[in-house]
Design a protein. Structure first.
Length: 121
């Protein structure tokens, strides 16, 4: 797992990956039968969090669990669940990128050390 938040082209690629995971997650769960209202609400919250990049690795792991559960239950097309599974694993391993809420909250910090008065050589 990378601790940096890459920007530039890699950051845009990770933004597109987050949008892909959110879209396939939403399509996967909305395509299943008999979705309760609370699960619809959680699906929308997870998708918004993924799009914004808020706790992206955790939400990607939740998406992985949901994809595995739908593959076991066989409530949606397996191709959609496998697509979500692959994208979500990649997102969980790489991270959200520079264009995310996580980068703003947990990104690079500048540590300023006080000037030392000891000049031991």
């Amino acid at each position: 797992m990378f601790l940096a938040y890459p920007g530039g082209g890699a950051g845009v690629g990770l933004l597109l990956l987050r949008l892909s995971v959110a879209g396939s997650f939403t399509a996967m769960l909305l395509g299943s039968r008999d979705l309760p209202a609370w699960m619809l609400f959680l699906t929308i919250l997870v998708s918004i969090g993924l799009c914004a990049g808020f706790l992206a690795r955790l939400l990607a792991c939740l998406s992985v669990l949901a994809a595995v559960a739908t593959l076991v239950i066989q409530s949606v097309a397996p191709a959609l669940a496998i697509l979500n599974l692959a994208d979500a694993i990649a997102l969980a391993m790489i991270g959200p990128g520079a264009f995310s809420v996580d980068a703003r909250l947990f990104g690079r910090r500048t540590v300023v050390l006080p000037a030392s008065r000891d000049t031991i050589v």
